[in-house]
Design a protein around this ligand. Structure first.
Ligand code: CP
Ligand code: NVA
Length: 307
């Protein structure tokens, strides 16, 4: 059966751990997996802008022996002109996998339902699961473990990154503590799903309105932009609403002394994080950005084996 990766819990906790282990191996030995030898082609479709995702998937597919085909949806027939289902039926006869960055998550579900090759979510309005594989890999590298660590997310707790942190970190047995203004809390449904996963893995979920309460004793501190792609018209309101939620040195000092700081990037210094924190000694953002490559290679190699 073909497997897809549309959200963090489309894989089991054991599969997540195996993919992260493999990513660490591939980082040491970049050309040791060649599932796309031939070469086979992988479609990389972008409805939204991207730097890291575009580069890391293109390089990763090449490292795996294949050819990346980058498709900007605005210059294709997708969208208004041709349905997602018809696009899937055209692509799956010619490519080995479909990687898609889009807006509404249900588009990915429609693509997967009609595709005979793996479909990977490279960011939707609801989830960014490839980023979480890279983030967990980065934490594993810097802290030597995942289960039992406390990760604090301060910022927009209703966005795609927050949803993925809740689910993926619960799967890894981590203690997830979030803080956001009341209007930007995660949905009750996603918190419930994360809590039920955490009950199985030994992790836990806490949601706060106060960043100081959320960050206390954290091993890992993370944030994301207050204005996600598609929300640009709300910028003035969001900047006002998130006042007091910037991760600056004073807030960071309330985490553990050896805490690391991460951010999926792109970052907006002075809004969700101060320059001194993101460019300071606790920040591991460049490892995190590089690890997109290794984690996605491990994911694609694993997906290629599940058929
Ligand atoms: N973190 C991330 O997905 O970056 P891009 O938007 O540049 O791909
Ligand atoms: N939440 C951000 C993540 C960017 C990688 C967005 O969706 O724009």
């Amino acid at each position: 059966m073909v497997r897809h990766f549309l959200k963090d819990d489309d894989i089991t906790p054991a599969e997540q751990a195996a993919i992260i282990r493999r990513a660490i191996e591939l980082k040491k030995s970049p050309y040791s997996a060649r599932p796309y030898e031939g070469p086979k082609t992988v479609a990389l479709i972008f409805d939204k802008t991207s730097t890291r995702t575009r580069v890391s998937f293109a390089v990763g597919v090449a490292d795996l022996g294949g050819v990346p085909l980058i498709i900007d949806s605005q210059s294709s027939q997708m969208g208004g002109k041709e349905s997602v289902a018809d696009t899937a039926r055209v692509l799956d006869r010619q490519v080995a996998a479909i990687v898609w960055r889009t807006y509404a998550h249900h588009g990915l579900e429609e693509m997967a339902a009609n595709s005979k090759v793996p479909v990977v979510n490279s960011l939707s309005d609801d989830y960014h699961p490839c980023q979480l594989l890279a983030d967990l890999m980065t934490i594993q590298e810097h802290k030597g473990q995942l289960a039992g660590l406390k990760i604090s997310y301060i910022g927009d707790a209703a966005n795609n990154m927050a949803n993925s942190y809740l689910i993926a970190c619960a799967m890894a047995g981590m203690h997830v503590s979030m803080a956001s203004p009341a209007e930007y809390l995660p949905s009750a449904a996603i918190v419930k799903r994360a809590e039920s996963i955490a009950a199985e893995t030994g992790g836990s979920i806490e949601v706060h309105g106060d960043p100081v309460a959320a960050i206390a004793g954290a091993d890992v501190v993370v944030t994301d932009t207050w204005i996600s792609m598609g929300q640009e018209a709300e910028k003035a309101k969001r900047v006002a609403d998130f006042a007091g939620f910037t991760i600056d040195s004073a807030l960071m000092a309330r985490a553990k002394a050896d805490a690391i700081f991460m951010h999926c990037l792109p970052a907006y210094r002075g809004y969700e994080v101060s320059a001194e924190v993101i460019d300071g000694p606790q920040s591991v953002i460049w490892d995190e950005a590089e690890n997109r490559l290794h984690a996605q290679k491990a994911l694609l190699a694993w997906l290629a084996e599940q058929r």
